[in-house]
Design a binder for this molecule. Structure first.
Ligand code: 5GP
Ligand code: ZN
Length: 137
């Protein structure tokens, strides 16, 4: 638990949340400012700032849980689709520095602006990027 971390406090239950699921590793609750009806967050109880800090075991458990929450959202809300969003760093839109995964139900015609406009890179640039990232893995 990190002092003064909002999601540590919510995960622990010190700050109330509209919880839909909890176990020893995670709490899942409704986002207080939802992008759509049913927008929820999966938050590990342990503090990780972002994806760079997250360990593989927690990541595996978290994604397994996400599949179950996704199916529950579809069953409960009859949503037409679902976006998983996970922001890391201010420039990427992270406002709470405790790792969390957004599950955002989508509805036909909802007009949420979550998707990007594709860039067109030259073949050489693509190849340079491919090599650079490949060498870093
Ligand atoms: P981020 O922008 O960091 O990816 O997402 C943070 C999310 O946490 C936002 O969507 C925001 O609405 C939500 N949030 C911030 N404070 C609270 C809170 O006190 N309770 C709940 N339930 N959600 C919160
Ligand atoms: Zn925290």
């Amino acid at each position: 638990m990190k002092d003064d971390c909002l999601f540590c406090k919510i995960a622990k239950g010190d700050i109330p949340s509209a919880t839909i699921y909890e176990d020893r590793y995670f709490r899942v609750f409704l986002d207080v400012n939802p992008a759509s009806k049913g927008h929820c967050l999966i938050v590990p109880r342990e503090h990780f700032d972002n994806i760079y800090d997250l360990d593989g075991e927690t990541a595996g458990r978290l994604f397994a849980l996400a599949t179950g929450v996704a199916r529950a959202l579809r069953k409960a809300l009859s949503c037409d689709g679902l976006n998983l969003v996970q922001n890391n760093g201010k420039v990427a839109g992270q406002t709470v520095n405790h790792f969390h995964l957004h599950l955002i139900p989508r509805y036909e015609g909802d007009q949420l602006g979550l998707l990007w406009k594709a860039k067109h890179l030259k073949e050489e640039e693509m190849e340079e990027l491919r090599k650079k990232i490949k060498n870093a893995i």
